[in-house]
Design a protein around this ligand. Structure first.
Ligand code: FAD
Length: 467
């Protein structure tokens, strides 16, 4: 009986990876110790996914006010109070972190606030105040996450020059903001602040935004941001920053063609990636293998040292909270002697920009490298009744499938609620469903998810509402 299995696990790090591993292990009957040096919930709950999306909601409501008249509401735009938006964000974080604290407490997990370090294959030493506590267990899970990468010579001060976590606690709305780094985090902040009427310049070193994704997505997001008034500078490198006055900074940048430009601003946000926290967890004490700064694991999330697992942002997979949850469950199941291994074929990627972007499975480019007979259909949201009601007709659902077998290979959605809509096709790809499986699934009317159905109807040559 797995639920009475006499297993003991020590977990370092209380982010999505660590806390969810602890909860799952406790549910399966293990004796669990969870160690967190800072705040339960980690990056995701305290300075990542949750606070950014709370602020994004504030920005969206602010934006929605501009559409109010279309809906018959005659109201003058209310003043936007950024300090109150930060307060809302803090309340959301407190509520969700509080929920995790309750769950941990109720599940019989031994929670220790302190800094953990592996000292041998079965022992973690915890620095708690002036004390060192040693915990012995059969297995250890390392889930220490990642922290912001800094730009040498451009130290963040949390006053005018911020990293992503610092800017989330600043109550001062910038007037002119320069964001350095056009990856997902930089793009999301550009979306938030431009919706709050901040003058935003987004600087990216390479020749496109969100360079890890397909080129057509980079083009779409660049266009959408520029329409919102964001200045996007690609192929551009920051040389140095002068700080002549309290709220007055001048960036010297070199553009792709070698021109030197000066940009004035009152705040700078540095978003140039996140580095795995591998240095202070005792990896070298037991010779855990690291490649390119990240811990290497097998498909059960076990490191090269038997009994020691690594999950989440510290590993070589993509740095996403839902991957941390997935890897946590996989590691715990393996420790408890249950089946299961990680498979990253159906991991949704979401960008909470406006419009939102969500991708799962293959892109058109990667599918064409895989097979010859690739089918591609694109259904625009302006043909969807609910999108018309929502005044959200921008974007499309693009379905990529195997023309021979009908199997769904990948989906990209750009448009309102894309990050919610992607779940249907994630399920489809994970279970190797075909276009006809979606065609034969009745979708409620009128909903945005009908766009998912219509896309499959298009692939089957049965579409109804394509203008
Ligand atoms: P973390 O959440 O970083 O947690 C690690 C924890 O370990 C931390 O609490 C840390 O204090 C603790 N720790 C480290 N060392 C020790 C030690 N020696 N002893 C004890 N404790 C230790 N992902 C998404 O999927 N969707 C999003 O929308 C999204 N938005 C993001 C927005 C921003 C601005 C940022 C920065 C990130 C975002 N992410 C998002 C990424 C997401 O936050 C991470 O992928 C996720 O938090 C990884 O979980 P983790 O448990 O591996 O690490």
């Amino acid at each position: 009986d797995l639920h009475t299995a006499n297993k003991s696990i020590t977990i370092i790090g209380g982010g999505p990876g660590g806390y969810s591993a602890a909860l799952t292990a406790a549910k399966l009957g293990a004796k669990v110790t969870l160690i967190e040096k800072n705040k339960l919930g980690g990056t995701c709950l305290n300075e990542g996914c949750i606070p950014t999306k709370a602020l994004l909601k504030c920005a969206e409501v602010n934006h929605l006010f501009k559409k109010a008249e279309m809906y018959g509401i005659e109201s003058t735009h209310k003043k936007f109070d950024y300090a109150k938006a930060i307060n809302f964000k803090n309340q959301v974080v407190a509520q969700i972190v509080g929920g995790v604290e309750q769950l941990i407490k109720a599940s019989g997990i031994k929670y220790i606030q302190g800094e953990g370090r592996v000292v041998d294959t079965h022992t973690v030493a915890i620095k708690k105040d002036a004390e060192i506590i040693k915990v012995h267990s059969q297995s250890i899970i390392i889930a220490s996450g990642a922290k912001e990468t800094a730009i040498p010579g451009l130290e963040t001060d949390g006053i005018n020059i911020f990293n992503s976590s610092q800017i989330l606690s600043s109550e001062k709305l910038p007037t002119k903001l320069v964001i350095i780094g056009g990856g997902v985090i930089g793009v999301e902040f550009a979306s938030i602040f431009s919706s709050l009427c901040v003058d935003v310049t987004l600087i990216e070193l390479t020749d496109r935004l969100i360079a890890a994704e397909d080129e057509d997505l980079s083009a779409a997001i660049t266009k959408a941001l520029m329409r919102k008034g964001v200045t996007v500078l690609l192929d551009t490198q920051v040389q140095h920053v002068d700080h002549p006055g309290q709220n007055d900074m001048v960036l010297t940048v070199i553009t792709g063609n070698g021109d030197v430009e000066l940009i004035n601003c009152d705040q700078i946000l540095v978003c140039v990636g996140r580095q795995a926290l591998t240095s202070d967890v005792g990896l070298s004490a037991v010779n855990i293998q690291i490649d390119d700064g990240r811990v290497r694991t097998d498909k059960f999330m076990q490191t090269n040292v038997e009994g020691i697992y690594a999950i989440g942002d510290i590993t070589q997979s993509e740095q996403l909270a839902h991957i941390a949850y997935y890897e946590a469950r996989t590691a715990v199941q393996h420790i408890m002697g249950m089946a299961g291994e990680v498979n990253y074929k159906a991991i949704p990627h979401c960008i909470f920009s406006s419009p939102e972007i969500a991708i799962v499975g293959h892109t058109e480019t990667s599918a064409r490298k895989l097979i010859k007979q690739v089918g591609v259909v694109k259904y625009p949201f302006y043909c969807n009744g609910k999108a018309v009601i929502e005044l959200e007709t921008e974007g499309f659902v693009k379905l990529i499938y195997d023309k021979t077998s009908g199997h769904i290979l990948g989906v990209t959605i750009i448009g309102t609620k894309a990050t919610e809509l992607i779940a249907t096709y994630t399920l489809a790809i994970n279970n190797e469903l075909t276009v006809m499986d979606i065609v034969n699934t009745v979708h409620a009317h009128p909903t945005l998810s009908e766009a998912l159905h219509e896309t499959a109807l298009m692939a089957a040559g049965l579409d109804l509402h394509v203008l």
